[in-house]
Unconditional design. Structure first.
Length: 156
């Protein structure tokens, strides 16, 4: 049986951002953000390196994120329901930051996931860039479809 993944929080900070509007980024709602940088390990190998941003007002970064995940904090402590997310998935080359965290050469193949999570009224509340090692990731999905109406009723 493979070892269980472990989560290591590498850095949490807040910073000012430029005033340029960003349609799908929680930074668009204000001038300060929380940024979390972390890494997921499987045994002795780094598996996923991620950066996430959320509006500074949610104060997520001030909590023990290793004990309570950010999404649990948003929903349970800060009354911010997460109602939907948009995912962008692509093959990419590891930039120097991701390569260093994942312990692979710069330019190595990685699986990049960008996720924007939304709360009510279609407001973005979390944006993440997750870099997965190309040699350790497998993406599997299943699409469930509803039967056609004629098949449900036994008609033609």
């Amino acid at each position: 049986m493979p070892p269980e993944p472990t989560h290591r929080l590498l850095h949490v900070l807040w910073c000012a951002v430029d005033r340029e509007p960003r349609r799908r980024d929680p930074r668009s709602g204000g001038s300060e953000i929380d940024q979390k940088i972390d890494c997921v390990w499987i045994g002795s190998e780094a598996f996923c390196y991620g950066r996430s941003t959320s509006p500074r007002g949610k104060k997520v970064a001030g909590n023990d994120l290793e004990a309570e995940p950010a999404f649990s904090l948003l929903e349970n402590r800060y009354d911010t329901p997460l109602v939907e997310a948009e995912y962008k998935l692509e093959a990419a080359a590891a930039d120097p930051n991701a390569a260093g965290a994942l312990q692979v050469p710069t330019g190595s193949p990685i699986f990049l996931i960008e996720r924007t999570s939304y709360t009510t009224e279609n407001r973005p509340v979390d944006y993440e860039r997750l870099h997965y090692r190309g040699d350790l990731i497998r993406f599997v999905t299943r699409l469930a479809r509803r039967p056609r109406t004629s098949m449900q009723t036994g008609g033609p």
